[in-house]
Design a protein around this ligand. Structure first.
Ligand code: SF4
Length: 428
């Protein structure tokens, strides 16, 4: 182990966090929600949801928090009469795709996104994508994935989308240099910050998945090592490993500590020496610490309860407990990927309680009994809990706001501080 790795390695906790597993009613958004941030990221992609009017409303209201000149998503509505004959439905779908592509010649990548209705009637969107791909290739690539609420929580939509991209990624040329792949849709500003940091560390070439343009998707193969930027990309990671790439285990780049450890994991592989690592990261760490100190006094000792929603819950609990001295009462997560979260779990308070899956009634009972200062949950639970006097933060905001990296650490802390400040103003 080199000196940098020795310095930044995580000690094993004396006791492991307690884990309960629950199966019951869930209160989460479906994977269609991911379209809202994915369509901003891939600038020449279009997302055509094949679903009901409910799906169309969900996407429009989720996207309604932002303003777009020309949104690159739409819903092909499955009407009741369509349910009678799948043959007609395929013809309707072909017509809808042709219409979109005629109106939007700038589109180079089109995703057919499955929903609960398309899944229930067993509409085979992968076959439809193949059929339509043959018709519109090479000008437009057509892929399919499912964002159905039967199968996915809201961040899994991104996982399904990126997984669909992996088989079509170019193969590395023979004998390429080792490359780093950062996996997960990050806002462009955050991507640029990370690119500069990797440059200063001498780590490269660095590519991002997804790329900003359909034609710039990265090559993959046995010399690619990848860092996950998000904890909800289990299927994408598996698909990349099937293409020969290697996962670099690390905590996630949330907060100053998470960002440092995430960068250090890649630095270790590239044999970056300690002095160079220090020089490249010191300014960012100091900026992050200054920003965090503005919120720490307000948050220290506050008890926080996470309902399972985004799969960001474990890294967030690590961040708020270690960098803001908050106390996680329960850390709910829809799925606990033991391998991808190993470095995070080692940093949680040893007495932390993690709940995987959900039985919403039981969890609500535990939340009420614990009476936390702050509850992080989905929109569906936030209003009733506020009405009961609890203070809440919508977990979806953590996906719509740039939160990764040193320069966003303060913004991430502010997301937790703001509802408490609002509450104190209302009480005053
Ligand atoms: Fe509702 Fe399913 Fe459509 Fe999502 S995919 S909006 S859960 S019907």
């Amino acid at each position: 182990m080199n000196s940098l790795a020795a310095e930044l390695s995580v000690p094993a906790p004396a006791t492991a966090p307690k884990l309960i597993r629950e199966r019951g009613q869930r209160e989460v958004f479906c994977g269609l929600t991911g379209i809202v941030w994915l369509h901003r990221k891939i600038q020449d992609a279009f997302f055509l949801v094949v679903g009901s009017r409910t799906c169309a409303h969900l996407i429009q209201s989720a996207a309604g928090v932002m303003i777009f000149a020309e949104p690159r998503f739409a819903t092909a509505i499955i009407e009741e009469r369509d349910l009678a004959g799948l043959a007609d439905l395929n013809a309707e779908l072909d017509k809808a795709v042709a219409q979109v592509l005629e109106q939007r010649p700038d589109i180079k990548l089109l995703f057919l996104v499955g929903s609960c209705p398309s899944e229930v009637i067993k509409l085979d969107l992968s076959r439809a994508a193949l059929r339509l791909g043959q018709k519109f290739s090479p000008a437009v690539r057509i892929l399919a994935y499912s964002g159905s609420g039967i199968e996915t929580t809201f961040t899994q939509g991104e996982d399904a989308c990126l997984t669909a991209l992996v088989p079509g990624l170019p193969q590395e040329p023979p004998h390429p240099a080792r490359s780093l792949l950062v996996v997960g849709a990050l806002p462009d500003v955050v991507e640029d910050q990370f690119r500069r940091l990797f440059d200063q560390l001498g780590i490269g070439p660095v590519h991002f998945l997804p790329a900003r343009k359909a034609g710039d998707m990265p090559a993959v193969g046995p010399n690619a090592s990848f860092l996950l930027a998000q904890p909800f990309l289990a299927d994408t990671a598996r698909a990349l490993e099937n293409r020969g790439a290697t996962h670099i285990p690390a905590p996630f780049p949330l907060g100053a500590e998470g960002t440092t450890q995430w960068l250090a994991a890649a630095a270790k592989l590239w044999n970056v020496d300690k002095a160079r690592f220090e020089m490249a990261t010191v300014a960012g760490r100091e900026r992050a610490q200054r920003a965090l100190s503005r919120y720490r006094d307000r948050l220290v000792g506050k008890r926080i309860f996470f309902f399972p929603d985004s799969q960001l819950e474990v890294p967030l609990a690590r961040f708020v407990s270690r960098e803001l001295q908050m106390e996680p009462v329960e850390i709910g997560t829809p799925y606990l990927h033991q391998q991808h979260l190993a470095a995070e779990l080692a940093l949680l308070p040893p007495d932390a309680l993690i709940s995987e899956g959900q039985h919403v009634e039981n969890q609500l009972d535990r939340c009420r009994a614990a009476a936390p200062d702050l509850v992080v949950c989905g929109l569906g639970l936030a209003n009733p809990l506020e009405a009961e006097g609890l203070t809440t933060k919508w977990s979806i905001e953590l996906l719509f706001t740039p939160v990764h990296g040193y320069d966003q650490a303060g913004d991430l802390a502010e997301l937790f501080a703001r509802p408490l400040l609002r509450k104190s103003l209302l009480v005053a």
